[in-house]
Design a protein around this ligand. Sequence first.
Ligand SMILES: [Zn+2]
Length: 349
Amino acid sequence: MMGLLNANHEISPEPITEAELLKVHDKRYVDAVKAVSKGITIADAFAYGLGTGDNPIFPHMHDAIMQVCSATTTAVELVASGKKQRALNLSGGLHHAHKKQASGFCVYNDLAVGIERAVQNYGMRVAYLDIDAHHGDGVQWLFYDRAEVMTISLHESGRYLFPGTGHTYETGKDAGRGMSVNLPLEPFTEGESYLEGFEAIVPEVLHYFKPDLIVLQAGADMHRFDPLADLALDISAMHKSYQRVTELADELCEGRLVATGGGGYDPYRTVPRAWAGLWAALSRQDLPPEIPQGWLEAWQEQSPVELPLAIPDNLETWKPIPRRAEIESHNRFTAKRLMNTLEPIWKEL
Ligand SMILES: [Zn+2]
């Protein structure tokens, strides 16, 4: 409706094989997912995280999530092979899935499958940047001992939010020492403090690592309206962070950037505005500030909340966050502590 997306932008995913999925996930786990997808009851489903409140079993679950993995891997393939400079898969971003366990709405880790394609088929060094409000734990642990993949996650502190990890001291192990980077932020962190933390960490870390490709998990749950997380960003701050990632990709790896969606639980007001900006940044188009009238008419009826009329939030109508200065100084301190933890490790390497 904004005219930013046309048929030329869309590409059908190339299916991945099960062998490619098994580069990331344990075979017994994949077999368990396949069994429950067919309605077969298995004794250890719960141990695999299947059939829980977060990860309900549904028919054709295996095939459905294989398609998500195929789409992210296709995006990586297009960019790694040089056919496209940037690619986006909004259905992807299942960052909580572990080697042999489903977690937090995530069954297979499409991000890790895509990253392995770039590492194994193209010999690339991949920087994974996760700006979802929740820690990107699944991707972090899958690459925790690998030197060729750096994982960076900015999230609401695990002291307050699922999955509870993502502390500054989680810095990687063995060959992956110093390659895991976590900036846990205070609840109610606003856009300005978020971007300050981003600038204090992300450019320096990426310059140190020198990636060939950046994979961005762009969950949209760090907005103030999101009901699952407690960060308090506005849309413009989120758009600024997307913009910065594209600039860093231009600076460091000839623009090579693959982005996915992720969380986002305010589906009417926040996610469409956030990801319209993500697409505009990736496709190097300007995002108009107005929301098309036709879109509002189409969705207002279904939306349980009143839809905003413009892309930027009207911050004047937002109540000030109490303890703002304390939150900002705490985040500043955490960013400093993180760099003080990483720099000595990097010097030793
Ligand atoms: Zn999330």
